[in-house]
Design a protein around this ligand. Structure first.
Ligand code: MN
Length: 501
């Protein structure tokens, strides 16, 4: 059975505290979602501002292959704004729970029902596809909810949606409401679940199992408060879990990770490391037992393969590390060790691990080179020197001197600031050796004040699909950035040389 994916990253997702997107940013996300294979996107709430109207218009003008919807209240002015934004599909809503009717709308149930019917009729009279939502459905009197849905179906709504607006439903209750709604409307039913109790995806799945045709979701589960059901979790659960009924979606799962990173970067919300499917640790293994298992057969500790969602497995070392995983990691960088050397490296890792330290692969290589001596580890690129100049009334400029495989290279370039100039100069040099691209740059301050330590994380890709990220911590933003990029460059070049062998 095919389940329709209605993505509301650009509407409910944008209502996340602290998120506000420009029309251009919204359009770029809309294109990403379309490429990912969602069936419909909710582009925004056209009546709320000039910018929002413009954003929705830009998206409807783009001619995407997915359907594009806009949110409206059950108010004519809102529906007219949707038409002005070029939409032919609206998602119109009014609250139906007594809590909302009494404290927010100050309406009786009958008045709300009347507004709902009027809006559906008006939307249809303007030639629109109409999806009707009974806001706070899960806290609405069950009989009244059935009545509302039945009446909007009679008014010729095309679809109805059950919003669990404050994430208050259980999977069992969501299933009951979905059955009620299908019975009352005979229409395609959507479920819109919030994550206030961490049940958004479970609730959406419960609705789908009893016949809901569509789930409202967002990338990374962003949305009001604790967020919405996440696209990546819901679509992969449908595709991969051992349900008797087979489900499909149009999502191109290999693009999920890329879409997740893209949205995270534009909206400025980091994904928690332990987030399912897209979190940093979702396919990471550290403990010796797990690493050993995964290296013999990934099925031992991975329910799905990371490649399925566009990712790769990451092995880490720390106090739980074992010799197999550590050797496998060293092997990725062409480092081979004797049994005694391995034990020595592992002992050092465990000492650091017991002090609460996380060991990245850069540090692992440093520890290994300490044990093996310089000959053990090849550093292809070494920083021989650099300087930057910046200020007001001058163009930031950098000179970088690198030693690559024993040969000296000098690169100069300018940039929007000293970091950009330095990174451009490095890329000018490394570009001659291998085509590398810095795809991500993140700067964080670790402690307060102008003497704070900064932490720079960069991601580097090459044209052969190798991807590395590296981190550096230091006092000077420019130096730390340069070090992070040089580290990353070394690692990606080592990976490449090993593959070429
Ligand atoms: Mn919502």
């Amino acid at each position: 059975m095919n389940v329709r994916i209605f993505d509301t990253t650009l509407r409910d997702g944008e209502q996340t505290v602290g998120v506000s997107l420009s029309p251009e940013q919204k359009l770029s996300i809309a294109k990403k979602l379309d490429a990912l294979g969602v069936d419909a996107i909710e582009a925004g709430f056209p009546v709320i501002s000039e910018g929002e109207l413009k954003a929705v218009k830009m998206i409807t003008d783009e001619g995407l292959s997915c359907e594009v919807a806009g949110l409206t209240r059950t108010i004519k002015k809102d529906i007219d704004a949707a038409v002005d934004a070029g939409l032919n599909y609206i998602h119109t809503f009014i609250a139906t729970s007594d809590i909302h009717l009494e404290h927010k709308l100050r309406m009786t149930r009958e008045q709300a029902l009347e507004k709902a019917i009027e809006a559906v009729e008006y939307g249809k009279s303007r030639g629109l596809q109409v999806e009707f939502s009974a806001e706070d459905a899960t806290r609405t009197n069950r009989e009244f909810l059935k009545k509302v849905f039945g009446e909007v179906a009679k008014a010729k709504a095309d679809r109805v949606n059950i919003p669990d607006t404050v994430g208050y439903s259980t999977p069992e209750y969501m299933a009951e409401l979905t059955r009620d709604t299908i019975e009352a409307t005979k229409l395609p039913v959507s479920v819109h679940c919030h994550n206030d109790f961490g049940l958004a995806v479970a609730n959406a799945l419960a609705g789908i199992h009893v016949g809901a045709a569509c789930a409202h979701v967002t990338i990374n589960g962003i949305g009001e408060r604790a967020g919405n059901a996440s696209l990546e979790e819901l679509s992969m659960a449908l595709q991969c879990l051992p349900y008797e009924q087979k489900y499909e979606t149009h999502i191109k799962s290999q693009l999920i990770y890329d879409a997740s990173r893209y949205v995270s970067k534009i909206v400025g919300i980091k994904v928690q490391p332990n987030k399912a499917i897209v979190g940093d640790n979702a396919f990471g293994h550290e403990s010796g037992i797990h690493t050993h298992g995964v290296l013999s057969n990934p099925l031992t500790y991975e329910p799905i393969s990371p490649e399925l969602v566009g990712r790769t497995r990451s092995l880490r070392v720390g106090k739980h590390a074992g010799i197999h995983g550590m050797n496998a990691m060293l092997g990725e960088f062409g480092v081979t060790t004797t049994k005694e050397q391995s034990q020595q490296i592992l002992d050092k890792i465990k000492v650091l691990g017991d002090q609460g330290k996380q060991i990245t692969d850069v540090e692992l290589l440093a520890i290994a080179s300490n044990v093996l001596g310089e000959k053990g580890i090849k550093r292809i690129v070494q920083l021989a020197g650099f300087s930057v100049s910046t200020g007001i009334g001058t163009i930031p400029h950098a000179i970088v001197k690198l030693n690559i495989d024993g040969k000296e290279f000098i690169g100069t370039d300018h940039g929007v600031g000293p970091v950009d100039a330095a990174l451009n100069a490095i890329q000018k040099i490394t570009g001659k050796v291998s085509e590398l691209r810095i795809t991500d740059y993140e700067l964080a301050s670790i402690s307060g004040g102008s003497t704070a330590l900064c932490e720079v994380t960069v991601s580097i890709d090459d044209t052969e699909g190798n991807h590395v990220s590296s981190k550096s911590v230091g006092k000077d933003i420019v130096t730390t950035s340069v070090k992070a990029v040089i580290d990353g460059t070394n690692r990606i070049m080592l990976k490449k040389t090993l593959k070429d062998k």
